[in-house]
Design a protein around this ligand. Structure first.
Ligand code: SOE
Length: 397
């Protein structure tokens, strides 16, 4: 006897994506996968990819698995077979696309940071709240929340295993712009990205620290630095990606290369942060350590399947940081993946993110993190920038 599996039995979710650079590629991979893991409630259909140049977008659509391509994202909002818009563009266009999509009744998932200014993020969060009242959902794409080891860290904190959280140490270290010939892509332009390392990767550690501890930052003090102030303008066609090529002309860098700040959580934790794309040799070292009165956890994305736990309640002779291999079916999001010990990668975090999004859309609830969560992170970034602009911030030695 055979049993046929009817794809057609699942409700369809027609998806349009705007943007096909690095995030376009990882989200496409996740859309190709999300309805084929575990027991999906909806069947994602990759209907149309939107970009600026039709030929390049059509080539990307073929490569990434989209049925059609367009050079006019507004046209996708008119289609009845598109239910979701995935915003994968530079920060300065998030507001226009996301708000128009929400107003057209499309569910929206939007890359981080939510916007390039607090004012834009406020308008987006207001549009998301109004849309939610009409059953239209939205989510900001902080994918590191979806690393099983980090979600486990949050569970341990919430269960009181660390006691009172006193300190958080979060760093996000990359080096892809350490070469002075790396071009002036949108990630290095303030009017497009809002800020540099601060918004690009500092936003991830702010979100992760708040997510794991359950504490929101209420105050910050920080500073930023730009080490390379002029760079080659990007050669045409601009891709904006991490493999972009420069032209002969130089232009001004208008964002930070590195940011360092300290903050206070609303539960009393003292938190320190460092975000840099100039940490020579560090590729994607997103690290978080949380110290509580009863224990600590430590995480490093470059070993993303591991969480280190220190438990003060263990007898002294057995004490020490223990490595938990966060690949057991009991760990968050792992019930449907490979056998224990086989591990997951960067790409899985986006699949998990879309699982959360699809489950929420299907279940008639708002997914997490919301645009309001994205707005709160944007306020933190803005406060760091205001603090950094205050020349009196350093005390002479
Ligand atoms: C570049 O710094 C980048 O692609 C970020 O924009 C992403 O958010 C991060 O996940 C990886 O690095």
């Amino acid at each position: 006897m055979t049993q046929e599996h009817h794809d057609a039995d699942l409700p369809e979710l027609g998806v349009a994506a705007v943007g096909h650079s690095f995030m376009g590629a990882v989200h496409s991979h996740a859309w190709r996968t999300v309805s084929h893991v575990g027991s999906p409630r909806v069947r994602a259909r990759m209907r149309v990819l939107a970009g600026r140049d039709l030929d390049r977008t059509a080539a990307a659509a073929r490569r990434l698995g989209w049925s059609e391509a367009t050079d006019d994202w507004r046209r996708v909002l008119e289609r009845d077979d598109v239910h979701v818009v995935d915003v994968l563009t530079p920060g300065d266009s998030h507001e226009e696309i996301a708000v128009a999509a929400l107003e057209a009744g499309k569910h929206v998932i939007c890359e981080k940071p939510l916007a390039s200014s607090v004012a834009a993020a406020e308008r987006m969060a207001a549009a998301a709240r109004a849309a939610s009242a009409r059953g239209v959902r939205s989510m900001v794409a902080f994918n590191y929340r979806q690393v099983p080891a980090l979600a486990l860290a949050r569970q341990l904190v919430a269960a009181g295993r660390l006691g009172t959280v006193r300190q958080v140490r979060a760093v996000y270290l990359q080096d892809f712009i350490v070469d002075e010939s790396f071009p002036l892509t949108w990630r290095l332009q303030a009017d497009r990205a809002g800020s540099g390392a601060l918004g690009d990767i500092g936003s991830h550690i702010v979100d992760a620290a708040q997510f794991v501890t359950g504490q929101l930052l209420t105050q910050v003090s920080g500073t930023t630095e730009t080490f390379v102030t002029r760079r080659p303008v990007e050669a045409a066609p601009a891709t904006g990606g991490l493999a972009a090529r420069g032209s002969g002309e130089l232009g001004d860098v208008t964002v930070d290369d590195a940011a360092a700040f300290v903050g206070r959580g609303d539960g009393g934790a003292l938190m320190t942060f460092e975000a840099t794309r100039m940490a020579t040799g560090r590729k994607n070292a997103m690290r978080l350590e949380v110290n509580g009165s009863r224990g600590s956890v430590a995480f490093d994305f470059e070993a993303m399947n591991e969480l280190w736990l220190y438990d003060r309640d263990l007898p002294g002779a057995e004490n020490g940081f223990r490595r938990i291999l966060a690949t057991e079916p009991e760990h968050p999001r792992l019930e449907n993946w490979w056998p224990a010990g086989h591990g997951l990668g960067y790409d899985h975090t986006f699949v998990h993110e879309l699982q959360e999004f699809c489950e929420a859309v299907h279940g008639g609830r708002d997914p997490s993190p919301s645009f309001d969560d994205g707005l709160q992170v944007q306020r933190v970034l803005d406060a760091v920038q205001r603090s950094a602009a205050d020349a009196a911030r350093f005390t002479d030695v």
